[in-house]
Design a protein around this ligand. Structure first.
Ligand code: APR
Ligand code: PHB
Length: 392
């Protein structure tokens, strides 16, 4: 059985694993990534597409943001609307910051390209099967690759393997508490060859349910509708989707060919410990947020920035304070983002009959939003993201 030797063994070539490998490489720390899907699969997996300014800064510092700056769209605000009445949230005014619209699969393509240019090995279609010796100084990742059983002997393991990965399953159950909410609604998302008829994102509450108008480029619209968890794309013809989007958003849309249509359930999930010995979890492996606010990728990048800092400190000075504090620091940010994502979800989705106490409280939040700069600022500062050194 062949053994590969490296400093940091990384499981998962999503945004977390790829960014971690590049941050380490920049400081001369070696890693190997194993990914159980094919390169084509991970490069084409459609997910959200909104980057906090922090996230863009990380990619900038890695020298992996050239295409992002060419093709990404910088947004200085968004709209939140209630039954057609719209409130602008001005990020520039309240935070002097902005966000960038750029699809996650484009981020993944750029990061994979940067890894290959810098000699970082990514083994695709390689599935981690066991992580051994986390409590020792020599953990080992066992994996299968082209029908063979292989292993990576390393100093540290980055569990960047997403919600269904092996990393979290390897943490002792008694080392963490688990928290979750399964929401009673899902998102029907579409991508369409249609010039967006709006300049900024619109989050819309409507008595029929939530709708979100987003985009991927000047020619591609990305839109979502709240649907029931047991709904199916077969129930939604293209025409019905466009009609319902226009109804809920209260605007006319440029209709174009819909080339992707899927339904995603919504959940909040987290554990309150992200490390065990020399195994460190990052990204979706440790937490999932509902997509309202598009925080998933941003949180993954914040995690691996903190992890890379800890590993760099360890290799440069043999000190371990940053690694020891990794989980505590990340979890503090995760709670903030969980709260914001949950807040945006409950604010904008239809949950109860109009006229009920809950729905009138929800409406009163919108009314408050239209009169309070403070409330707008609260949303703006969470939306653009807090600086990485906020949570210490
Ligand atoms: N062996 C190897 N690879 C694995 C294994 C395994 N046993 N289990 C999972 N993986 C891979 C998955 O195939 C996936 O490509 O780990 C990768 C994890 O990547 P992501 O799911 O993209 O998670 P992460 O990098 O944390 O990025 C978080 O992605 O899921 C979205 O919305 C989320 O935007 C957020 C971001
Ligand atoms: C997206 O463009 O996919 C998107 C944008 C904002 C969100 C969620 C998803 O809040």
């Amino acid at each position: 059985m062949e053994t590969i030797r490296t400093q940091v063994g990384i499981i998962g070539a999503g945004p977390a694993g790829l960014t971690l490998a590049l941050l380490l490489e920049k400081q001369g720390i070696q890693s190997v990534i194993i990914e159980n899907r094919s390169r084509e699969y991970v490069e084409n997996r459609v997910r959200a597409g909104l980057l906090e300014y922090n996230t863009v800064e990380v990619f900038d510092n890695l020298g992996a943001a050239e295409r992002l700056h060419q093709e990404g769209l910088v947004h200085h605000g968004c709209y939140i609307s209630y039954n057609g009445k719209s409130q602008h949230i001005d990020f520039a005014k309240h935070t002097q910051k902005e966000v960038t619209i750029y699809g996650q699969q484009e981020v993944v393509k750029d990061l994979i390209k940067a890894c290959s240019e810098r000699g970082i090995d990514i083994l695709f279609e390689a599935e981690a099967t066991q992580i051994e010796g986390c409590e020792s100084e020599n953990p080992v990742i066992h994996f299968t690759y082209k029908g063979e059983n292989l292993s990576i002997a390393c100093d540290f393991v980055g569990g960047c393997d997403g919600f269904h990965g092996l990393g979290r399953k390897t943490l002792p159950k008694e080392s963490y508490n688990e928290f979750k909410i399964e929401y009673p609604f899902s998102w029907l998302g579409i991508l369409a060859h249609a010039v967006p008829s709006y300049e900024e994102l619109i989050y819309a509450y409507h008595s029929n349910g939530f709708a979100l108008a987003s985009l991927r480029s000047e020619k591609i619209s990305r839109l979502y509708l709240q649907v029931d968890n047991d709904d199916s794309v077969a129930n939604w013809s293209d025409e019905k989707i466009w009609d319902e989007l226009e109804n809920r958003l209260g605007i006319q849309l440029n209709r174009g060919e819909i080339f992707e249509k899927s339904i995603t359930p919504m959940r909040s999930f987290m554990i309150d410990n992200m490390q065990y010995g020399r195994l460190f979890l990052a990204g979706d492996a440790a937490h999932i947020v509902p997509p309202t606010g598009a925080k998933g990728l941003n949180l993954a990048v914040a995690d691996v920035s903190a992890l890379a800092n800890g590993l760099i400190q360890f290799y440069q000075s043999s000190e371990q304070t940053l690694l020891d504090n990794y989980s505590r620091k990340c979890v503090a940010r995760v709670w903030r983002v969980q709260d914001f994502s949950n807040f945006m979800t409950y604010l904008c989705h239809k949950q109860s009959d109009e006229g009920s106490f809950e729905s009138l409280l929800q409406k009163s939040k919108f009314d408050y939003l239209t009169i309070s700069e403070a409330y707008q600022k609260t949303i703006a500062e969470n939306y653009v993201g807090f600086p990485f050194d906020t949570f210490n």
